[in-house]
Design a protein around this ligand. Structure first.
Ligand SMILES: Nc1ncnc2c1ncn2[C@@H]1O[C@H](COP(=O)(O)OP(=O)(O)O)[C@@H](O)[C@H]1O
Ligand SMILES: [Mg+2]
Length: 335
């Protein structure tokens, strides 16, 4: 008899996580690197590498981040890359799968991709997924923490911040806002600011991202943040305490504006409840002090209450898995 594997995937702009009904978890970066030439092809013995493996060898590869802008990029390779990443995370967590076993998958994708790329994803994955539901990532987050009452999910990812208004039934397009202010934006701002203050220090995307993830903060006080950077290969320490805070704070204004838009266009009887139930998820929710900073920037709109989810990395895929197990037949895509 064949078995069914229920899987929840959070296919993000920068990170993809999977959780399965057999208790497996796996997470990888949402990127792929195609070999640049005959030498790199020879080095790896194949034409592409995935996730961290690709990042580590990126000098030999042309890197593709297929969902970086919150939708699948329009070039030909991006849909193929998305499919390869999905195949990879599923293969990693269903190693005991027999030929006749079935894969039922719920996939959380950035809000705009859930509208614009749904059909393409369903079509391109039908040879290895037997039944599929595609939902927006913030909705998967709400599902994971059983929040179907009036609340606002703010999912701060790499390429996009997705906001979703929950009101006890399925959210639709008017309940969602996507912003391009998220982790990658912060990385860019931080890079510009460091180079402005310390011209000629040597920075890479990896260096900037790890500084932000380790020290990034939006709280009012912080210890002195000194990082070691090189100038022509010579390392020294640089104090970035103030510029780090100023850059990270650039996220909170657009986010609180978007929160206000969703609150302001809601039934007035429930606006208060909405603004006092803001749930922050995604990698950006790990920024120190983000809940309080968002509350503060909501003061001018009448205030608000925000909390961060516990498990920023797997929250989306756990919600997707739950949905996968619970959703009645009519919600599955016909494939
Ligand atoms: N501790 C941290 N502080 C600040 N940002 C973080 C932290 N950890 C991860 N991030 C950032 O979160 C973003 C990825 O979040 P994630 O929710 O995985 O994105 P997505 O769903 O878009 O793939 C990246 O920009 C990453 O650098
Ligand atoms: Mg996400």
């Amino acid at each position: 008899m064949s078995n069914i594997y229920y899987i929840g995937v959070d296919l993000g702009t920068s990170q993809t996580s999977i959780t399965t009904s057999t208790g497996k978890r796996f997470s990888t970066t949402t990127c792929i690197g195609y070999t640049k030439d005959v030498i790199s092809q020879k080095r790896f013995g194949r034409d592409h590498l995935l996730g961290e493996h690709a990042l580590e060898n990126r000098l030999s590869l042309n890197m593709i981040w297929p969902l970086a802008d919150g939708v699948i990029c329009e070039d030909e390779q991006s849909l193929q890359a998305t499919v390869l990443i999905l195949k990879h995370v599923i293969a990693q967590t269903t190693t005991e799968k027999e030929k006749d076993d079935k894969i039922y998958a719920a996939i959380g994708v950035p809000a705009q991709a859930s509208i614009k790329n749904k059909k393409a994803i369903i079509e391109a994955t039908k040879e290895f997924i037997d039944k599929i539901i595609i939902v927006s990532e913030p909705f998967a987050v709400a599902y994971s923490i059983d929040r179907f009452d009036e609340c606002l999910i703010v999912d701060i990812g790499g390429g996009t911040t997705d906001l979703c208004r929950m009101h006890g039934s399925m959210p639709d397009e008017s309940d969602q806002i996507t912003l391009n202010f998220a982790g990658n934006f912060l990385d860019n701002e931080l890079k510009k600011a460091i180079l402005h203050k310390f011209p000629d220090v040597q920075l890479s995307s990896k260096i900037i991202k790890s500084i932000k993830e380790k020290y990034g903060y939006v709280s009012e006080v912080s210890e002195i943040v000194k990082v070691t950077l090189t100038k022509r290969g010579i390392p020294s320490e640089y104090d970035i305490t103030d510029i780090l805070q100023a850059c990270c704070l650039k996220l909170t204004t657009p986010i609180s504006k978007a929160i206000q838009e969703l609150v302001g266009s809601f039934d007035p009887d429930f606006q208060e409840k909405l603004r006092n139930n803001i749930i922050i998820a995604g990698g950006g929710s790990r920024l120190k002090g983000i809940d309080i900073a968002i509350e503060k920037s909501l003061h001018e709109y009448g205030g608000g209450d925000a909390i961060c989810v516990q498990d920023a990395e797997y929250c989306g895929s756990i919600g997707a898995l739950k949905m996968c197990v619970e959703m009645p037949d009519e919600y599955w895509e016909k494939i």
